[in-house]
Design a binder for this molecule. Structure first.
Ligand code: 4AZ
Length: 864
């Protein structure tokens, strides 16, 4: 039999394979046979039978379309049902922490013991009360699984609990709203039939799953009650000899007697470093339930012992929790607490001519939930001025500028956050200062002084800033903003002989005009600068002073001032100030070394970066001075000369190499001192206090060799750098660590804030410091540096300080580090303390050796 023509070129015609066609034909044949009972000729559509095709094609299309739509609908329905049961209707477990106040019970001591029958009896009633309470709320009742009472405290009785719900996904929001409602409206509403307990108020908050009490480790749960006149101590398990457990959920319930408050201090604190993702964390709550809105502080990392970690409660209880997530090994904390009577009043009347006042328990953290009011009244005819010497009212997650949480309010204006010293003045002899602390997170607060002043002459013999601060009259219109609000530089009539009038009316020294630095702020001092006379024209058209050409500093944005210098500076294969990877590739980014980003494809910019970090959390809260914190500058070294004590500073750059100033090692033959002899020197590392050189943190080393720069000039102090080799390498610790060495191309932009540290004199002609001092100073542009110290500055020198003076290095700081923090938080050795005209004098900034320019020399001599 001849194979008939393929059945159709309609919908089925797309089958391309002969097998497909064959089988299709066979099926048709079979179908006809059944229909007719005999072997009848089956009619197939001829290929060219267009009419028939028209008739039969659409019919099939419809059938197929119906099939497809039905299949689609079916899968939609199935999908919806899967979604409904899998997700929409799926139950999620929610845990809420809370507390409720029972008004018809008196607290008995047995409630402190969760194993007592009294505890069990009351806990049972609280559970029933909670069940009844949730049951009366349709959005909660059906989903309530269980409630567990964890503790009781006084007042009348406060019951702390957690409740578990299993809520369909789509009802979670309603449940949350319902609980919010309960939180706002005190219960019991008249209509609700609750068991025998009378409940005054009720609070519940969703729980961070990490702090859920369900996961609490029973072996790491402690309850402590301190007695009158007693200080109670507690530590993390194993402290200090072994690290606290990994993946632990620990808690300490701290109690005092009724009507007392608690003062808790962490005397030693060293947990895993804070990390944005997962870190170990200690939290203190002003409650016996870990409720976020009652959190007082959140701690991680390491704090030096000098840091004030004292926290006050608002009631007689505190809860301390430790949640560990990292496998890091840290000793944990040692803490103590005691009770003291609740402050009966806070604030008061201040009627002296001058005096001081502070936030409660200053410098400890003020307690949560407290309001103080000071009414200051000075003799009539005078005005009041309040100067805040320290001001720390900072809360995590606070919205900037809103002062909606903790604040100080003076004459209707609110102040909050962290502020440098500032003054508020009144226009009368009265002032009210209100302090408010809300229920969560506290800080160390403020210390303030008030004084009365003659309103007609607020600053006798001085200039009064608009902020109320008094500054020396000479500082008015001198081109430098001495008042924080610039008011000393406003409305000035500039002295045309030596001052330039900026468009914004500031007066600036004439020699700052056209020096490529925007000194006016509106750039008007850099406009209309022709490239005439003693100026060099950059390739981009900018003019710079001729003296800046070939000074090894990139002054033109395109580096053209350092090209064609014929001294090898421009001969490197990378353009000036661009970093050269080991592979030879140039990176144009500023200061890419050790910045945490792989800028070189060979990774060479991120090698040897174990430097420039400190173990302890950064502190900047030294009251009334510039003492450093312990471990704040772990690369700082004190160099003692035989029989003379501390003479110079130095910086640790590797386990056995230091960088210092060459002038420290110049022999003084008149006094028969051979300072170039390494045997004269002893290096103290990890030192904080010169009187505590035996402290366990200190590592003492002899010096094996002193290498001063061959080009050091004892007259000009050019190339004032030396490297010292230690007889034995030091061991890195929390107190001893190296600083990063900057690449030769590392830039120090004018205006950059840098730290100088040392035990040098604390005033010109004064005495040396006992405790390591720190000062924040700023890089001064090279033109200004030349002008202020004419004929004395070489390209190897950089001026750093303030033109007003005030903060500076001094004798004894020489050789010490100028520590510059880069974007990634690492500290780099920007300079070495070298020389200056006196100390902290106006217009006489300190001069430092530019370390980047001598980087290659350091590498050559030390291999570091
Ligand atoms: C010195 O004699 C010294 N003001 C170091 C720095 C400064 C002055 C003197 C800078 O070691």
């Amino acid at each position: 039999m001849r194979n008939p023509e393929p059945p159709t070129r309609g919908p089925r015609a797309s089958r391309g394979s002969s097998v497909g066609e064959l089988s299709a034909d066979l099926r048709y044949k079979h179908h006809s046979q059944i229909m007719n009972g005999s072997e009848e000729i089956v009619e197939f559509l001829p290929v060219n039978n267009g009419k028939k095709m028209e008739k039969r094609g659409p019919k099939r299309c419809v059938v197929l379309l119906v099939i497809v739509i039905s299949a689609l609908l079916l899968s939609l329905i199935v999908g919806f049902m899967v979604w409904h049961f899998q997700y929409w209707n799926a139950k999620v477990q929610k845990i809420y922490n809370g507390y409720l106040r029972i008004t018809n019970r008196q607290f008995v001591d047995a409630y402190e013991n969760s194993n007592s029958s009294e505890f069990a009896e009351l806990a049972g009633k609280v559970k029933d009360t909670l069940a009844a309470l949730y049951g009366s709320i349709p959005a909660l009742g059906p989903y309530h699984k269980t409630s567990v009472v964890t503790a009781f405290s006084e007042g009348s009785v406060i019951a702390y609990y957690w409740s578990e719900f299993s809520i369909p996904q789509h009802k979670v929001k309603d449940a949350q709203w319902a609980l919010m409602g309960e939180r706002i409206f005190n219960i019991p509403p008249k209509s609700r039939a609750l068991p025998t307990l009378s409940v005054g108020s009720f609070v519940a908050y969703p729980v961070d799953p990490r702090t859920a009490q369900t996961s609490l480790d029973k072996s790491c749960s402690f309850a402590l009650h301190t007695k009158v006149g007693e200080v109670t101590h507690f530590t993390t398990p194993g402290f200090p000899d072994s690290p606290y457990p990994n993946r632990a959920r620990c808690q300490w319930v701290l109690r005092g007697d009724a009507d007392q408050v608690l003062s808790l201090t962490f005397r030693s604190f060293d947990v895993a470093p804070c990390d944005e993702r997962e870190s170990d964390q200690v939290k203190v709550y002003d409650s016996l339930s870990p409720l976020e809105p009652r959190a007082v502080v959140e701690l991680c990392g390491t704090y030096p012992p000098s840091y004030n970690l004292t926290f006050l409660s608002s009631q007689n209880v505190l809860l301390v929790t430790l949640i560990t997530n990292t496998p890091l090994r840290h000793p944990g904390f040692a803490a103590q607490f005691f009770q003291l009577p609740k402050m009966s009043m806070c604030g008061g009347a201040l009627t002296e001519v001058a005096g001081t006042f502070s936030s409660p328990y200053y410098p400890g953290h003020y307690p949560p939930n407290i309001d103080c009011l000071w009414n200051i009244e000075v003799p009539s005819g005078n005005n009041v001025k309040v100067r805040f010497k320290t001001f720390y009212l900072l809360e995590p997650h606070m919205t900037l500028g809103s002062c909606s949480k903790d604040y100080v309010e003076i004459n209707g204006e609110k102040y909050c956050g962290e502020k440098p010293p500032f003054v508020v003045a009144s226009k009368s002899n009265k002032m009210t200062v209100r302090f408010h602390s809300d229920a969560s997170y506290t800080d160390s607060g403020f210390l303030a002084e008030y004084l009365s002043y003659d309103s007609s002459d607020p600053c006798p013999g001085m200039f009064t800033c608009n902020t109320g601060r008094c500054i020396k009259s000479e500082l008015r219109c001198d081109g430098w903003a001495d008042c924080t609000d610039f008011s000393d530089e406003l409305d000035c009539v500039c002295n045309a002989t030596h001052q330039f009038t900026c468009q914004n009316k500031f007066c600036k020294p004439l020699f700052w005009v056209c020096d490529t630095v925007n000194d006016c702020g509106d750039n008007s001092d850099e406009l209309q600068c022709g490239c005439s006379g003693q100026t060099f024209k950059c390739r981009d058209g900018k003019c710079i002073p001729e003296s800046k050409k070939c000074d090894h500093l990139r002054d033109c944005a395109d580096g053209s001032d350092e090209a064609d210098c014929g001294d090898g500076a421009g001969a490197a294969s990378c353009p000036q100030n661009s970093y050269k990877c080991r592979s030879g590739v140039c990176v144009s980014k500023a200061n890419p070394e050790c910045d945490g980003m792989r800028d070189c494809s060979d990774g060479s910019d991120e090698e040897q970066c174990e430097c420039g970090t400190r173990s302890f959390n950064k502190q900047s809260r030294i009251v009334g001075g510039q003492n450093s914190d312990v471990g704040e500058w772990p690369w700082q070294v004190s160099l003692h000369a035989q029989g003379q004590g501390h003479l110079c500073g130095a910086s640790l750059i590797s386990p056995n190499w230091l960088v210092s100033a060459a002038h420290c090692f110049v022999d003084d033959m008149r006094n028969n001192m051979r300072y170039s002899d390494p045997r004269v020197w002893t290096a103290y590392l990890g030192l904080h206090d010169q009187s505590q050189r035996q402290a366990s943190t200190v590592q003492e080393r002899k010096v094996k060799s002193v290498i001063s720069h061959r080009l050091f000039n004892d007259f000009t102090f050019d190339h004032d750098i030396a490297v010292l080799e230690l007889d034995q390498p030091v061991t890195y610790s929390n107190w001893v660590r190296p600083i990063c060495l900057p690449d030769a191309t590392h830039s120090l932009p004018p205006g950059k804030a840098i730290w100088v540290t040392g035990w040098g004199l604390t005033a010109e002609g004064g005495t040396g410091a006992v405790v390591l001092q720190k000062g924040e100073i700023r890089v001064i542009n090279q033109t200004t540096c030349h002008r202020l110290l004419p004929q004395q500055i070489t390209p190897r020198m950089v001026c750093v300080g303030f033109l007003n003076g005030g903060v500076d290095a001094c004798q004894g700081d020489s050789g010490g580090p100028l520590s510059s923090m880069e974007d990634n938080g690492r500290m780099f050795l920007a300079g070495v303390v070298s020389w200056g005209e006196g100390c902290a004098r106006r217009d006489k900034p300190g001069v430092y050796t530019r370390v980047p320019l001598l980087r290659d020399w350091i590498k050559e001599k030390t291999g570091v």
